[in-house]
Design a binder for this molecule. Structure first.
Ligand SMILES: Cc1cc2nc3c(=O)[nH]c(=O)nc-3n(C[C@H](O)[C@H](O)[C@H](O)COP(=O)(O)OP(=O)(O)OC[C@H]3O[C@@H](n4cnc5c(N)ncnc54)[C@H](O)[C@@H]3O)c2cc1C
Length: 472
């Protein structure tokens, strides 16, 4: 079939990346408002699907979300053009093919995204075309904040206050119609997503995301402030995946939750996401290096203790609350924030293993795996991050379990070997006598492991190592 190459200077590419929605999409809206042809594009970069940090579960979500986006675009008279390859080659080649002078996209903050966008912008410019980056990933852009052009905020509370003082842009509707694609324009096939790689995956795509948001605002949000730290069935929004892939914009989540009077704590958590994204924007090196480098030397590489690493990763540390979290992560690609802190603390404090090992493991498995938030959460818990969690504050997983899973319902769900253990010992089953273990149907060191680390001794070792590093 002949390809229509009569594109006018008015032809624009709306390049989707992790903004896979039609509502509240400034770059797409602008592309349409320009009045010429619009070609919605997604580039399937092999680095994205098969790179060293690629994730089976997020590959599945991405492919299904792209299929949903294509259907949504078709319903409005257009469609999604997929091209395989490296963006710095594919985008300029498509622009030349269809005669597009302009490429519009949503600005992203990760080091990869920034390198990519610089390369694409340079390649386009060499051909007299241009890349325009627009808002949409964040509530507030770095330049909106006082001092935003400098190194940014290193402490959350002032960041929170400053972000609350910034006027939000107007929420945009989804376009009703989008100009048709040029005749004969090729789209590469979307690889088959295959069966869901883990259990309980939420339906990908914008329509399902908007339903999730609506259910959340009308349901669990009212209890979020009091109950969000609970481990068993805590009301949290589970919108991390939608915020990562951009099936919801943060502004649409914030605006929808404003209607619920008890939403203050929830909106504050949304600003933690902002905080970590701004930090990464100002300090790209944080993706690999801690905010407080003086402590990095306390951590050991995997080779120093592979047995501990695998016991942690596979949920067989013998510490119930840790094993429950790690097994929930493997089975479903998600675990509650409180559990993330507890397991990360055990790895980086009691076991003194490098936070970057845990960060990469989470990044492979989480449905909401997100570089800025994940690095932020890991550095915070490991005691090498920004303001909070100073080096001498170390989570006790037994006390955490007793406080946030008091009846042990969550532990029993994910660690069925402990189903018969009485509530009083569910978070420290090693405290049961041999006779009590028999009565509970568990054998510590047999059907369930003995703890891989003595919690008191591990804590002391970590305190000593961090103290030495803080003085050194
Ligand atoms: C070690 C560790 C690793 C983490 N890794 C990730 C990650 O890869 N991706 C990720 O999105 N979050 C991460 N978090 C933050 C937090 O645990 C998750 O955002 C949250 O549990 C996701 O569930 P939810 O969508 O139901 O969140 P909700 O509690 O409903 O919160 C709504 C949204 O606010 C944002 N948010 C909430 N808490 C935080 C926080 N502490 N930091 C940054 N953003 C936050 C997220 O976008 C979240 O989806 C991590 C936390 C820790 C301690």
């Amino acid at each position: 079939m002949e390809i229509d190459t009569t594109g006018t200077p008015g032809t624009a590419i709306a390049w989707f990346r992790r903004d896979l929605r039609l509502h509240d999409h400034p770059a797409l809206t602008e592309a349409i408002r320009r009045g010429g042809r619009v070609v919605p594009l997604f580039v399937l970069d092999p680095a994205l699907l098969d790179g060293p940090r690629a994730s089976t579960v997020r590959r599945w979500i991405l492919l299904r979300t792209l299929a949903a986006l294509d259907a949504d675009l078709r319903a409005r008279g257009s469609g999604l053009v997929i091209r395989h390859g490296r963006p710095e080659e594919v985008v300029p080649a498509l622009a030349a093919e269809i005669g597009a002078g302009t490429v519009l996209a949503t600005r992203d903050v990760t080091p990869y995204a920034r390198r990519r966008d610089r390369a694409v912008a340079a390649a386009l410019a060499a051909d007299g075309r241009s890349l325009h980056l627009r808002r949409g990933l964040l509530l507030v852009e770095p330049e909106d904040l006082p001092g935003g052009a400098g190194i940014g905020y290193a402490v959350f509370t002032p960041f929170w206050r400053a972000s609350q003082g910034v006027d939000r842009r107007t929420l945009l509707d989804a376009p009703e119609r989008i100009p048709p694609l040029p005749d004969g324009l090729r789209s590469d096939p979307l690889p088959d997503a295959g069966p869901p790689p883990v259990a309980d995956l939420a339906e990908p795509g914008e329509a399902a995301a908007r339903e999730r948001l609506e259910r959340w605002v009308g349901g669990g949000l009212a209890r979020y402030g009091e109950e969000r730290n609970g481990l068993a069935g805590a009301p949290t929004s589970r919108l991390g995946m939608d915020l990562h892939f951009g099936t919801l914009s943060p502004l649409s989540v914030e605006s929808a939750s404003l209607a619920e009077s008890a939403s203050g704590e929830y909106r504050r958590q949304l600003v933690w996401r902002e905080f970590y994204h701004h930090l990464l924007w100002h300090r790209p090196a944080l993706a690999r290096e801690p905010f407080q480098p003086r402590f990095q030397g306390v951590f050991r590489p995997l080779e120093a203790d592979p047995e501990a690493w695998w016991a942690w990763a596979e949920g067989r540390t013998g510490i119930p609350v840790v094993d429950a979290g790690m097994r929930q992560l493997s089975a479903t690609g998600w675990m509650p924030n409180r559990a993330r802190m507890i397991v990360a603390s055990l790895l980086t404090r009691h076991l003194l293993l490098d936070w970057r090992l845990g960060e990469a493991h989470f990044q492979r498995l989480l449905v909401d795996g997100d570089l800025a938030n994940n690095v932020g959460g890991w550095q915070w818990t490991a005691g090498v991050g920004t303001d909070a969690q100073p080096w001498f504050r170390i989570f006790n997983p037994v006390l955490q379990g007793e406080r946030f899973d008091p009846a042990g319902a969550w532990v029993r769900r994910w660690v069925p070997e402990l189903a018969g253990v009485p509530d009083r010992a569910i978070h420290q089953p090693w405290s049961l006598s041999a006779a009590e273990q028999r009565a509970a149907g568990v054998a510590i060191g047999g059907s369930y492991p003995a703890p891989i680390v003595d919690l008191a001794a591990g804590r002391e070792r970590a305190l000593a190592a961090f103290k030495a590093a803080s003085e050194g």
